[in-house]
Design a protein around this ligand. Structure first.
Ligand SMILES: Cc1cc2nc3c(=O)[nH]c(=O)nc-3n(C[C@H](O)[C@H](O)[C@H](O)COP(=O)(O)OP(=O)(O)OC[C@H]3O[C@@H](n4cnc5c(N)ncnc54)[C@H](O)[C@@H]3O)c2cc1C
Ligand code: FES
Length: 250
């Protein structure tokens, strides 16, 4: 079930994120993910960040697997399986896209297919991902340290934007606490919301239960969840699961 793909081009996006372009026959939809296997190292889930004839993963350096990935060169090979999971549902509503850190990798193909304003957030300006990728639309920047754009957290900027704009839906991916805040804002203001969630994954296909959150398996029931289910997820932003599957505070 694995396919071998060759890395065609690597782009260093930020000090910690690189984009790896490759060619593959599969037809993923925005928000879906693949499992990347680096033999002898690790296997991990990665969203598709470019969809088309040339596809890509945009990978943040986090631990052992992603460090190995960052050490690869053009011409090296990846073992992949997928696409897996449920992606975003495109709705005909006035949209605001909110991506934090590497979460922009997951949102970017959706943004390119839809209309709507974009919030790109990161800790510092160096870590802003894809700030020049989207043409002919309003892109708002937020940085925690104020080095570019709005100084503060993404949800604080969103609250300001909601005072001046009649958005009907928020599409988001990023740090869990950011998404928790956005879900609370959406509930309070009666907006629709879809969020792409992350949990440790092993099988990626619904067998091992390592990715479960409040009875939902992120790999097959998600990773993108709609508002009616997000509302039920009391663990979101509060508890995650460790490698042994234990429920631990975030
Ligand atoms: C559906 C999905 C899509 C993803 N898409 C992207 C993407 O497009 N770009 C990107 O950079 N990253 C993405 N990730 C996160 C990525 O899978 C992890 O960063 C990666 O598995 C880390 O592997 P590692 O071996 O380098 O780190 P490890 O050594 O395995 O882990 C390092 C640290 O990160 C934590 N961690 C690992 N995986 C996860 C996870 N899934 N959720 C929360 N914490 C985790 C570990 O507990 C540990 O503390 C995605 C995750 C999921 C579930
Ligand atoms: S990763 Fe195994 S059930 Fe989701």
């Amino acid at each position: 079930m694995y396919r071998v793909v060759e890395i065609e081009e690597i782009i260093k996006e930020t000090p910690t994120i690189k984009t790896f372009f490759f060619r593959d026959e599969t037809q993923p939809s925005p928000g879906q993910f693949y499992m990347i296997w680096l033999p002898g190292v690790d296997e991990f889930p990665m969203s598709i960040s470019y969809i088309g004839e040339r596809k890509a993963f945009s990978v943040k350096l986090v631990g052992e697997g992603t460090r190995k990935m960052h050490s690869l060169s053009e011409g090296d090979r990846l073992w992949i399986r997928g696409p897996y999971g449920r992606g975003f549902v495109e709705k005909n509503k006035k949209a605001l896209f909110v991506g934090g850190g590497s979460g922009m990798a997951t949102l970017a193909p959706l943004i390119e297919r839809m209309r709507g304003d974009v919030v790109i957030a990161a800790r510092t300006k160096e870590e802003l991902l894809f700030k020049r990728r989207f043409k002919n639309r309003r892109v708002y920047i937020a940085t925690d340290d104020g080095s570019e754009g709005f100084r503060g957290f993404a949800h604080e900027l969103v609250e300001r934007l909601l005072e001046e704009n009649e958005y009907e839906i928020i599409y988001t991916c990023g740090p869990e606490l950011m998404m928790r805040k956005l879900i609370d804002i959406a509930i309070e203001r009666g907006l629709d919301i879809q969020a792409s969630l992350e949990r440790l994954m092993k099988c990626g296909i619904g067998i091992c239960d390592s990715c479960s959150i409040n009875g939902y398996r992120v790999c097959v029931d998600g990773p993108v969840f709609e508002k009616d289910i997000l509302i039920e997820m009391s663990d979101l932003g509060r508890y995650t699961r460790d490698r042994a599957g234990r429920r631990v505070p975030l």
